[in-house]
Design a protein around this ligand. Structure first.
Ligand code: PLP
Length: 391
């Protein structure tokens, strides 16, 4: 049997998704069981479900420093990003502004949406990043003008964890009268996220990246921001997002937000130390390795390491057979390996891009799990290199 020699499964892919926190699971199951009412109904059952949404809205607003009335629940990060970009574009089109700016390292939820808007006549600009994965405010100054409707720059990158100078970028966007959106899907719950300090107008989050359920997220919309609904229908979410709410999922998002606030400081320090230990030990024990992206500022749970002369997929599969779940920056689609657009934007060599592996840790990650992978990784890499004739 494939799993016979595996005595321990270790999950190092928390930027892809996290398991539910046990407390969140309890809330989600209780709400699924007991709060079946439609929050739009005026009777007792409906009002109970509405109270669940109100509580979650308060917790989410607290996590990001906004007002509950500014929080619109969505089906996750992808919808929140689509809402921000498409909604702002539609609302601002009549003003004559027809230019959108993002960066080369955004998530596909932003990049592919921009491409769709470009096909409808929007001018789009992708700002470059430097070798450490940081966007410079000067690059934004060069690209922006009075025709810019919206600037979208992610807070933390999903592949390398790099944190962008969002506050400085938002200030520049506002100088030119443009809106500023940040995709905080990979930063919320990991580092402090404060919409006022960041100076954003729009901010996306997703529950399943911080121990909440999949299919629940939110777009924070600063009061007074011009944005059109992209899901139209009923008057849900103050007519900003039609559709009967995913009450249990949203309750899970709220519970995850409340937990994140309680645990954030202690966990950030613990995870940063674990990640740094993993990184230092890999660099010392495995020749031909390099860290991708800036080491600081970076979310504390993420490291992206290139292994010279290695196909990342081979290493991923070899590690999976040993019981470790990691991820590669490459997306394997229809049989072709697309190199990571993020590592390409950093100017990494093709060899190092193809050999890159992301480890993303979590609240559940232990010292023992780090020791365990460190005991296996150097020999696994050496074995693959030997097979490939590169070692
Ligand atoms: N934005 C970033 C930076 C992400 O990492 C992800 C998920 O991987 C998303 C958006 C999409 O979020 P969701 O999976 O909730 O649609």
């Amino acid at each position: 049997m494939l799993t016979s020699k595996i005595h321990m499964r270790v999950y190092f892919d928390h930027n892809a998704t996290t398991p539910l926190d046990p407390g969140v699971l309890e809330v989600v199951t209780r709400v699924l069981r007991d709060e079946f009412g439609n929050p739009s109904s005026v009777h007792h059952f409906g009002q109970r479900a509405k109270a669940v949404l109100d509580d979650a809205r308060t917790e989410v607003a607290r996590l990001i420093g906004g007002e509950p009335s500014e929080v619109v629940f969505t089906s996750g990060g992808t919808e929140a990003d689509n809402f921000a970009l498409r909604g702002a574009a539609e609302a601002l089109e009549p003003t004559g502004r027809k230019h959108l700016i993002a960066t080369t390292i955004e998530h596909e939820a932003v990049l592919v949406t921009l491409k769709a808007l470009a096909r409808r006549g929007w001018k789009t600009t992708l700002l470059p990043v430097d070798a450490t994965g940081i966007v410079s405010p000067d690059a934004l100054r060069e690209a922006i003008d009075d025709s810019t409707a919206l600037v979208s720059v992610m807070h933390a990158n999903n592949e390398i964890g790099t944190v962008q100078p969002v506050a400085a970028l938002a200030r520049i966007a506002h100088e030119y009268g443009a809106l500023f959106h940040t995709d905080a899907v990979q930063s919320a719950g990991k580092i402090p996220v404060d919409v006022r300090a960041l100076g954003a107008d729009l901010l996306s989050i997703s529950a399943h990246k911080f121990y909440g359920p999949k299919g629940a997220g939110a777009l924070w919309i600063k009061r007074g921001t011009r944005i059109a609904a992209i899901l139209t229908g009923g008057k849900h979410e103050r007519s900003r997002r039609a559709g009967t709410e995913n009450v249990a999922g949203i309750a899970g998002l709220g519970a995850a937000a409340a937990l994140a606030m309680k645990k954030l400081d202690g966990e950030a320090a613990r995870l940063g130390a674990l990640r740094d230990r993993l990184e230092a030990a890999v660099l010392a024990a495995v020749p031909g390795t390099a860290i991708n992206g800036s080491r600081t500022p970076r979310v504390p749970n993420t490291t992206n390491i290139s292994f010279e002369g290695i196909e990342a997929e081979s290493l991923l599969i070899a590690l999976d057979l040993e019981g470790f779940a990691v991820s590669t920056g490459s997306a394997c689609s229809s049989g072709s390996l697309e190199p990571s657009h993020v590592l390409k934007a950093l100017g990494q060599s093709p060899d190092m891009i193809h050999g890159s592996i992301r480890f993303s840790l979590s609240r559940m990650t232990t010292d023992e799990e780090i020791d365990y992978v460190l005991g296996v990784l150097p020999t696994t890499v050496a074995r693959i290199r030997e097979i490939l004739g590169a070692g």
